[in-house]
Design a protein around this ligand. Structure first.
Ligand code: HEC
Ligand code: HEC
Length: 260
């Protein structure tokens, strides 16, 4: 008769049960810990986002308050208000720097004028500045290559350079002056000093929208130029435009050393 196997001692059974229980519990434990960790992480992210949103809302409220303070105030006055110009600087960077450069010194490849050199196409006063920003501008230099021919364009460019003290063959300059008097004075003026009502640049001050390079100048004369400045009234509204104008105006004053 087969001997009955002794039943496992109760202590060992309990140990086994405990072990089994633990094994059963461990996925739960791990899962629970993971959940808790996830909850903590989510809570932390949530708190961080809430803090950022809070800061953002606070900044927006402060911006609104400052913009309300700006309404209708002359740009020259705003230019002396650091709270306004610091907002203007941020808005300038976001909306204007791509074309006019971070420092406002323009970009001759784009024909974007230097805004801080005290030399404006449309007038140096704050009113012209704000109008440029709100309503945009479009330069209209017609292509005159058809009338002038290649040689005529070279002569006209030589004459323009001579107005700025640069050397060029005397016969080119003489022929260029005749061309200039016939075709250019209507916009650039008899003396070549430009016309702010038309945005026609002064061609005697050695300040160049497109650069002084002879080839670029003859290209301008042959093919024309139509630099385009977008209007910002719809996109930014007048208060923000004023804040930007204040920053540009102040930067110009700093750059040219002009007193307010
Ligand atoms: C897409 C490029 C572009 C952007 C963006 C741009 N501008 Fe212009 N801006 C121009 C060009 C090009 C002109 C020259 C227009 C012309 O020749 O008539 C100009 C002209 C101006 C003028 C007149 C300059 C003068 O000599 O009288 C002012 C002021 C000006 N921009 C300010 C701004 C400000 C402020 C912003 C941002 C809100 C801005 N621009 C954004 C391209 C740009
Ligand atoms: C209908 C008016 C008009 C006439 C005519 C005209 N221009 Fe212009 N010119 C302009 C305007 C406006 C600009 C600025 C273009 C821009 O903003 O893109 C300009 C720009 C220029 C420039 C570039 C200046 C710079 O700063 O880089 C030169 C050079 C120039 N003109 C020479 C001439 C010459 C030479 C003639 C005659 C052969 C002439 N223009 C005739 C209106 C005119």
């Amino acid at each position: 008769m087969a001997e009955l196997r002794p039943f496992p001692p109760s202590q060992r059974r309990r140990a086994l049960a405990r072990q089994a229980g633990l094994h059963a519990a461990s996925p739960l434990l791990v899962g629970g810990l993971a959940c808790a960790a996830a909850v903590i992480v989510i809570a932390m992210i949530g708190a961080a986002m809430a803090a950022r949103a809070g800061a953002w809302i606070e900044a927006a409220v402060r911006l609104d308050a400052t913009l309300a303070r700006i309404r209708g105030v002359p740009v020259e006055t705003l230019a002396r208000d650091a709270g306004v110009t610091s907002i203007g600087a941020v808005l300038y960077e976001e909306n204007c720097a791509a074309c006019h450069g971070r420092d406002g010194r323009g970009n001759q490849l784009l024909g974007s004028p230097n805004l801080v050199d005290g030399n404006s196409l449309y007038g140096n006063d704050a009113g012209a500045l704000l109008t440029s920003i709100l309503d945009g501008r479009r330069g209209a230099m017609p292509g005159l290559g058809g009338v002038l021919g290649h040689e005529g364009a070279n002569e006209a460019a030589a004459y323009v350079l001579s107005l700025n003290g640069y050397q060029a063959p005397a016969d080119w300059i003489a022929a260029g002056k005749v061309r200039f008097d016939a075709l250019c004075v209507a916009c650039h003026g008899v003396d070549g000093q430009g016309n702010q009502a038309l945005g026609a640049p002064d061609l005697t001050d050695d300040v160049w929208l497109y650069g002084r390079d002879f080839n670029r100048m003859t290209q301008t004369i042959r093919d024309g130029r139509n630099a385009y400045m977008p209007a910002w009234r719809e996109r930014l509204g007048e208060d923000r435009a004023r804040a930007i104008a204040a920053w540009v105006y102040a930067a110009g004053q700093r750059e040219t050393g002009a007193a307010n």
